[in-house]
Design a protein around this ligand. Structure first.
Ligand code: NAD
Ligand code: MG
Length: 389
């Protein structure tokens, strides 16, 4: 009874920060009474993935780690839940007919499955910004050809999506992406030289996965978001501004030709953006903290410092050079980030490595297929690895 009203959905990366927040939103909006889960995917955390799958009565559970198949199979024995693993398992999850797919795998690993879901016409709730940074217009085209909607989940892009009226797109002059400035906003270059991954992951406002937290500290996260915004909203590089806003209350803004600036505000809680992407074009009730303006008292803004945060300059360069520089920037960045987490390079070395790789691989022509994107990503990773001791 009422089964026909249930919405069928899939979460790629259900065990991560965005994935668990998505399941929390689903739970609050009625859980299994209102939603049917086609597939959930995770990587290393098998107990969490199995618990999520049992709780939601998922049809299919997938671990990206091929070596963990047996472990997941055991954890789900007797449940009737199908189990798969590895790359083929991920595509199986993406291909399962679900009208709404949360793309919340971290990094370039999300590209293949997210594309597969887009091509078959699912609405894509996009948290995995790396898809757009690397594949750019190829990804946009895949969504358009599939016929599904692209619903931005990244808080800045979700904010812009909320205030960007379709029939006013012609009058958009600029978008302003807000950035918290991260834990090192007021640190000197000298101090930043010696910071650890532990210090870099401590974000002042948002609770997020490890990699995006460190990317926020280096502002590589904002760099990726500039490129993401360019493709999502079809803008020129010079229409994309970044402003540092330490309170993370204004999630981003759109400036129009008549001088109006529209902003979306809220407490820093990803569940608002996830709920919007799930309920669009309607809105849902969510028990997130409400803004208390009197207590907040003020909103601060400051220009970003591209000397201490060269990632912003590199993003602008990638946008201007076009071609495969987005894929190159991201591939090099992911490799440098991995090395920083392992303590093999310093915090400031990350941007230096990315810049050198961009120099080396400058002039790659625009991608004509996803193979070109994967090849550029791989080339960038190898070039970056060659610069790491
Ligand atoms: P996370 O590290 O917490 O979770 C990542 C998910 O991907 C997990 O389910 C993990 O098991 C899975 N995964 C990891 N490696 C994988 C691989 N090789 N193959 C397949 N699956 C793999 O990350 P997160 O913070 O939830 O971020 C997810 C995505 O959302 C990222 O692209 C991030 O940039 C974006 N995003 C996150 C936030 C946030 O608040 N956390 C905000 C905006 C955008
Ligand atoms: Mg963001």
């Amino acid at each position: 009874s009422g089964d026909e009203l249930k919405r069928r959905l899939t979460i790629l990366g259900s065990t991560g920060s965005i994935g668990t927040s998505t399941l929390d939103v689903i739970e609050r909006l009625g859980g299994r009474d209102r939603f049917e889960v086609a597939a959930l995917t995770g990587n290393g955390n098998i107990p969490l993935l199995a618990a999520q799958a049992r709780r939601m009565g998922a049809e299919l559970a997938v671990t990206a780690d091929g070596d963990r198949y047996g472990e997941l199979k055991d954890a789900l024995s007797g449940s009737g839940i199908e189990v798969a693993a590895g790359r083929t398992g991920l595509s199986e999850a993406a291909e399962r007919d679900a009208g709404w797919v949360m793309a919340a795998i971290v990094g370039n690993a999300g590209l293949g499955p997210t594309l597969a879901a887009a091509r078959r016409g699912a609405d894509i709730a996009l948290a995995n910004k790396e898809c757009l940074v690397s594949a750019g217009s190829l990804f946009i085209d895949a969504v358009a050809e599939g016929g599904g909607r692209l619903l931005p989940v990244d808080s800045e892009h979700n904010a812009i999506f909320q205030v960007l009226e379709n029939d006013q797109r012609h009058a958009v002059e600029r978008i302003v992406l807000t950035a918290s400035g991260g834990p090192f906003r007021t640190k000197s270059l000298d101090e930043m030289q010696h910071v650890t991954a532990e210090a870099a992951r401590a974000h002042p406002n948002w609770s997020m996965g490890l990699k995006i937290s460190i990317d926020s500290a280096s502002m590589f996260n904002k760099a990726l978001e500039m490129i993401e915004a360019r493709h999502l909203f079809n803008l020129r590089p010079d229409q994309i501004e970044v402003i540092v806003h330490p309170q993370s209350v204004v999630h981003s803004m759109v400036g129009y030709a008549d001088g109006s600036v529209l902003a979306q505000l809220g407490c820093p809680d990803m569940r608002t953006a996830i709920g919007y992407a799930l309920s669009y074009p309607r809105r849902c009730d969510l028990p997130v903290e409400r803004l208390d303006f009197a207590r907040l008292a003020r909103l601060d803004f400051e220009a970003p410092d591209e000397v201490r945060f060269p990632a912003l300059r590199l993003a602008r360069r990638a946008m201007e050079e076009g071609g495969l520089q987005g894929a190159v920037l991201n591939g090099a960045k992911e490799t440098a980030l991995g090395a920083f987490i392992e303590g093999r390079v310093g915090f400031l070395d990350m941007a230096e490595i990315v810049e050198e790789v961009m120099n080396d691989l400058a002039g790659l022509p625009a991608a004509t297929s996803m193979d070109d994107v994967f090849a550029a990503d791989e080339q960038a990773r190898q070039a970056a690895a060659g610069m790491i001791p």
